[in-house]
Ligand binder design. Sequence first.
Ligand code: MF3
Ligand code: CO
Ligand code: CO
Length: 296
Amino acid sequence: MANLKRSPPEPLPEGGPCLEVETPFPVSTVKTKTPILNHAQRDLMRAAGRANAALLDYLRPFITAGITTEKIDKLAHEWTLKHGYRPATLGYQGYSKSCCTSVNDVICHGIPGKYELCNGDIVNVDVTTIVEGWHGDQSETFLIGKVDDEKIAVTQCAFDCLYLAIEAIAPGCLVSVIGETISAEAHRRGFSVVREYVGHGLGKSFHQDPSIPHFPNRQSRVDRLLPGVTFTIEPMINAGTRFTRLDRTDGWTVRTKDGKPSAQFEHTILMTEDGPEILTRTQHGPQPGHLFKNPG
Ligand code: MF3
Ligand code: CO
Ligand code: CO
């Protein structure tokens, strides 16, 4: 996800110079840095999303107790190169792995390493793929063996928040619909929403306008999701406090300040004239309405 505090502004993406868009929505003429994709470009994003989802489905059976997070990374790396793609995270702002693996109180950007997943963990695996220059980006939180009720509840909340937000958006709507929907649901369940890390536009560039905060803010009350915009929704939901702590030794790992668990789900989405289209639908992952529970 894009970092509200640290990310330097990225150069304008090749695919999207400042466009002046005439729209039927109540915004007369909008000047925006958000690229609006034509139909050929949308198909390229569909291909990137499909490839990324296939990667997550490939990894799925391996994400069990006993595997190290660096083994997951190796599998992701090899699968991606074998298909002629590139992982977007590899070399991104100095990041040296092909995915992120965020365990328990790690909110996001966990670096794969020697850690062995064990019974009772939750782990978010976030994968990205560049296909012919276009980006796919998605993540899921996995339950490892039997996990406690709080971890199940926070995982369920992040999953439901993602799909509630997708259901709530429509062509031309304000970006703030996403943050309103997610905050309301998370708070209703007694959980908190991370603010420092947000969803983002993506296309020829990994992170671009618009910013997609999972809480309403000033910019999101101005930005609109016009047909042809591609972006992520990736709520990070904390069981306890929303506040975060960045690991100063590795410069990447983001943890909850109180050590309580955090969960996240992410999709890449295209807004079409008919509504949102999820570009990173998996074949074998949890589908809308899924109930997370312990095995047996
Ligand atoms: N995949 C993350 C996102 O959802 C970004 C990870 S950047 C990394 O936007 F450098 F930490 F890998
Ligand atoms: Co993202
Ligand atoms: Co991601």
